[in-house]
Design a protein around this ligand. Structure first.
Ligand code: ATP
Length: 235
């Protein structure tokens, strides 16, 4: 089964076509990276993957984890790490622990406090990204790299099969970017978690992703990995 399988998918905002027949296949357990110029439609594609944009009136097909996206309902299976939101979190009055717990609400229920089982899941996710000692801190008081690791823990707490990341290390320093990618690679390799990541970080893609796509003029092009025969330097 493929984690993502799009065939000839179109998408328009009003009358303006952004995706012009996208073919995209990411096998389960794969690590795919997506690049493309500003305005190419990468965020639009991510919003489609997250079920945020309606495909009514569009053509083509899109199956996610074996289900037609129009019928897909198991969102616990899909983890999402957004772009670095330093400014967005600056005065956000929530602790690290609360941010992660909030992603467990479908299990906790809105009118119940997190129990022992849920607390354990939060602890496990925080330990995996090395942020357990920070669980009581306000998210806005952490560095950009630390915030991204918390958002990764938030995505991981439901043990998703598919992890989607949108330029996760923008504004994060070299050392923390390396560490962040190492974590993602480990989850991909050890837990067979499928990864789909939008990135402009060309130099790090070799050794990380097993497939690189580039979105250009509304269509998807697969690119040879740097270091492999046929690589033309164009990412
Ligand atoms: N809500 C919207 N309504 C109308 N047009 C939109 C909307 N969101 C994006 N667009 C347009 O769709 C096109 C693709 O935008 P999108 O944000 O998906 O590109 P992107 O590849 O993510 O760009 P960037 O790298 O700058 O983030 C752009 O021309 C953009 O102006």
């Amino acid at each position: 089964m493929n984690a993502i399988e799009m065939k000839g998918l179109t998408f328009s905002y009003g009358g303006t076509r952004v995706l012009n027949g996208v073919d995209l296949t990411v096998p389960q357990g794969g690590f795919a990276a997506l690049t493309g110029d500003n305005g190419a439609g990468k965020s639009t594609l991510i919003r489609i993957l997250l079920g945020e944009l309606s495909l009514t009136g569009e053509t083509g097909s899109f199956q996610m984890l074996g289900k037609d996206i129009r019928q897909f309902g198991d969102w616990k299976e899909v983890g999402y790490v957004p772009q670095n939101g330093m400014d967005a979190y600056k005065d956000f009055p929530a602790s690290v622990e609360e941010i992660i717990q909030a992603n467990l609400y479908s299990q906790i229920g809105l009118f119940r406090f997190a129990g022992k089982k849920e607390k354990e899941k939060v602890t496990e996710a925080l330990c995996e990204v090395g942020m357990e000692p920070y669980r009581k801190r306000l998210i806005g008081k952490l560095s950009g790299g630390q915030q991204q690791r918390v958002l990764l823990a938030r995505a991981l707490v439901n043990r998703p099969h598919l992890l989607i990341l949108d330029e996760p290390t923008t504004g994060v320093d070299e050392k923390n970017t390396e560490e962040f990618y190492r974590l993602i690679k480990n989850f991909n390799r050890d837990d067979h978690m499928t990864v789909f990541m939008v990135t402009h970080d060309r130099k790090r893609l070799a050794g990380l992703a097993d497939t690189i796509f580039r979105l250009e003029n509304g269509v998807m092009r697969q690119i040879t990995i740097p270091g492999e025969a046929g690589f033309d330097g164009d990412i």
